[in-house]
Design a protein around this ligand. Structure first.
Ligand SMILES: Nc1ncnc2c1ncn2[C@@H]1O[C@H](COP(=O)(O)OP(=O)(O)OP(=O)(O)O)[C@@H](O)[C@H]1O
Length: 717
């Protein structure tokens, strides 16, 4: 399909709110409508049951609202359906197929809290999400068109260049953030959309407008939507097709939203006139233990009625007193309207058998095509599946799929307005939507964009320029003689120590500040942790070395006016930067391991101060039993190497005229031998290459430890 064709299809849609989204039924588009059927879900933590035998079903094009008082288990239910919580018992089926890793890709979960990088604009956020979560087979242009399309659908054009913002910086409004949150998830064209309290924190008109958008989306794109909601207005309440009412983790009602008031009336709890039904039912389930018991028992009795099948079918709006054969006929009519060849209408005369509460009905509509219907009642919830026709089996769609209510949506599906500039070609054989290399590239770029304002902030520039000038002036044109030897060493020690502290403490908050976003993205299977980690290391490298390099460029030439050597200058810079990167690695590791800023600051303060004490400048006579601690000092090796480079025979340091502390000087030499300077500085005495190797080892060990912590101890659940 050409781009022009695709755009042509989009232009069929008359307005953004018509929600013309993605082709879902094309031969390559794999996001076909999905019904959700969960049965007897029980979840416990310790001895406490959070969910107890909760069941429900929702069809494509419908919205199932999960309501209940605070703490009744709404979020727990969504977590369970999304596969993020282990079930004690119960099953979750999508189109009759048990929930598995592959199917989880078709589910998106919009969290209650809006989790974003606050410094990115809305458009940048969506573009990075699209580049990470849309399949590799889509071109860049298609992905960008798709982003624009989603922005249009959710009516976010006006704020697309506004930063997301947070408590400190103003950015998107609450309603815009909710839409942005939903937009991020809609990008992947999910079949099942789970939303945890999408309207919380919104005023009634914004909440209504958001719900209208969702309703249109579900209807016109034939998507299945499950959402939790607290206290909707009556207008919003009646937008829900089905309602699942929870009370202390148990089902108080499941069925048609319009019938819930009748249900309550039937059990002796009539609603007063002009009362918001949502408020009314919530008040009842929040009532006394006796009222709660009455509601739950009444609902259970409905489920154990001898004429269960008819009642339940009625609850899902299938048929009331309709016989199963009529259901089947209606069902086939629906299929005929949407999928089957009009020239070959399916035969309404079907064979059907009934075993217990499971019906099997088969009807050939042509020699090569047959349709089979299965109706089961599992734990009180009816589920109507159609078995794939023979032709569809050939194209790989051979599981049980769709159901009775498909008929009611077929007209919408066939009414046009169901294509976008993009098509999806999910590669089902791979776990990730994009390759490692793509993930690495996109995440490096994003990391650079997100981290730059923090690391290269105006204040950091002022601090660096100020300190560079101050240290340059303090040690300006320092003389190269024994009396001023400690000044030269002091500059080197100060430089390595300062940048160690800067990098280590700066890195402490790096993982903790990102962890919520990363957790959300990892839970949705957007990328590998290794790609994120590598990208973070690489993306931040230019940022972490910029300021120390500027400092060195200002400060060292001022110090070394009389003995400046370009070679020494460059090598000194190299060790200063290497030490800074090592310190950053230590900070990243400590930050990841602790995640609690106060704890990590305490540990870091202890380690960095010990590193200074044992660095070889502040104390040159370390007690023998503490000498081993020098080997763990973060500044020791770089400080040693800077001295090795600085104090070389080509640039000698003159002996003191009297009372020299160096034997060579006392014995008549004019210049202090470099080895004597190093020996007197309390170092380990390792050569340059050994110190460099040890610095690199520190770097790798801290980086590997940081990865292990994220991989095994910070795994999102
Ligand atoms: N990991 C857990 N350990 C112990 N209790 C938990 C855990 N997770 C949830 N709960 C408890 O389970 C109950 C249901 O929690 P859930 O978040 O599902 O409620 P909710 O209906 O979504 O509430 P709200 O409307 O306030 O968000 C609450 O009482 C909560 O304290």
């Amino acid at each position: 399909m050409t781009m022009a064709n695709r755009l042509g299809e989009v232009s069929d849609c008359s307005s953004p709110t018509e929600m013309c989204l993605l082709r879902t039924d094309g031969p390559t588009g794999k996001t076909r409508p999905m019904d959700l059927h969960f049965t007897g879900l029980s979840v416990s933590v310790g001895k406490r049951a959070l969910l107890n035998e909760v069941s429900g079903v929702v069809q494509p094009g419908e919205i199932l609202a999960v309501m209940g008082p605070s703490g009744s288990g709404k979020t727990t239910l969504l977590n369970a359906i999304s596969g993020r919580l282990p079930l004690e018992s119960g099953t979750i089926h999508l189109n009759g197929e048990l929930l598995n890793k592959k199917l989880r890709r078709k589910i998106c979960y919009v969290l209650q809290h809006d989790v974003f990088f606050p410094d990115l604009t809305l458009k940048q956020t969506l573009v990075y999400t699209a580049l990470l979560r849309l399949p590799e087979s889509m071109s860049y242009n298609d992905k960008m068109q798709h982003v624009n399309h989603i922005i249009e659908i959710l009516d976010l054009q006006r704020c697309q260049d506004t930063i997301i913002g947070d408590g400190l910086r103003r950015g998107l409004s609450g309603g815009e953030k909710k839409r942005a949150n939903i937009a991020c998830e809609l990008l992947t064209n999910p079949a099942l959309l789970l939303l945890d309290e999408p309207t919380s924190g919104l005023d009634s008109s914004t909440a209504h407008s958001l719900m209208t958008t969702l309703k249109n989306y579900a209807r016109q794109e034939n998507k299945t939507v499950v959402l939790t909601v607290h206290q909707p207005s009556s207008q919003i309440f009646y937008m829900f097709d089905r309602l699942l009412l929870l009370c202390n983790g148990q089902t108080a009602y499941f069925g048609d939203t319009k019938k819930v008031v009748d249900f309550f009336k039937h059990i002796g709890l009539p609603i007063e006139p002009h009362y918001n039904p949502a408020d009314f039912i919530l008040e009842q389930v929040k009532g006394t233990a006796e009222t709660q018991g009455r509601i739950i028992t009444a609902y259970r009795e409905t489920r154990s009625d001898p004429d269960l099948a008819e009642q339940l079918l009625m609850a899902v709006g299938v048929g009331g007193t309709t016989s199963t054969s009529t259901i089947y006929e209606n069902y086939l009519d629906g299929l005929h309207a949407s999928n089957l060849d009009p020239a070959q209408p399916p035969s309404p005369t079907a064979d059907y058998t009934c075993q217990g509460n499971e019906w099997h009905l088969t009807s050939p509509s042509s020699p090569t095509r047959s349709v089979e219907l299965r109706l089961t009642i599992e734990k009180g919830v009816p589920c109507v599946y159609n078995k794939i026709t023979k032709e569809e089996e050939d194209s790989g769609r051979s599981s049980w799929s769709d159901n009775q209510s498909h008929a009611s949506h077929s007209t919408q599906a066939s009414s046009g307005c169901h294509s976008s500039p993009a098509e999806f070609h999910w590669d089902e054989s791979t776990k990730w939507p994009t390759s490692f290399w793509t993930q690495f590239k996109v995440l490096s770029r994003r990391n650079f964009t997100v981290t730059r304002p923090r690391m290269l902030s105006r204040l950091n520039w002022i601090q660096t320029l100020g300190l560079g000038l101050m240290s340059g002036l303090l040690w300006f044109r320092v003389d190269r003689k024994e009396e001023t030897l400690t000044n030269i060493q002091g500059w080197m020690f100060f430089s390595t120590t300062y940048w160690m502290l800067f990098a280590l403490f700066g890195a402490l908050s790096s993982f903790p500040s990102e962890q919520e976003v990363i957790k959300k993205e990892r839970q949705s299977g957007a990328y590998r942790l290794s790609a994120y980690y590598m990208a973070k290391m690489v993306g931040e490298l230019p940022l972490i070395i910029t300021l120390p390099a500027v400092y060195h460029i200002i400060s060292y030439p001022m110090l070394a006016v009389d003995f400046f050597s370009p070679g020494t200058f460059v090598i000194q810079l190299g060790f200063l930067l290497l030490n800074t990167v090592v310190a950053q690695s230590a900070g990243l590791f400590i930050g990841a391991a602790c995640m609690d800023l106060e704890v990590s600051i305490t540990i870091s303060a202890l380690y960095t101060l010990a590193s200074q004490l044992f660095g070889g400048f502040l104390s040159t006579s370390i007690p023998a039993w503490m000498e081993w601690m020098r080997y763990f000092s973060l500044v020791h090796y770089a400080f040693q190497n800077m001295q090795i480079v600085e104090f070389n025979p080509n640039s000698p340091v003159r002996c003191a005229e009297k009372n020299s502390r160096f034997d060579a000087c006392v014995n008549g030499a004019n210049e202090i031998p470099p080895d004597a300077i190093l020996a007197a500085s309390g170092g380990t005495g390792f050569p340059l290459w050994a110190n460099t190797l040890l610095l690199l080892s520190f770097l790798f060990v801290f980086r590997i430890l940081g990865y292990m912590v994220l991989r095994y101890f910070r795994r999102p659940r």
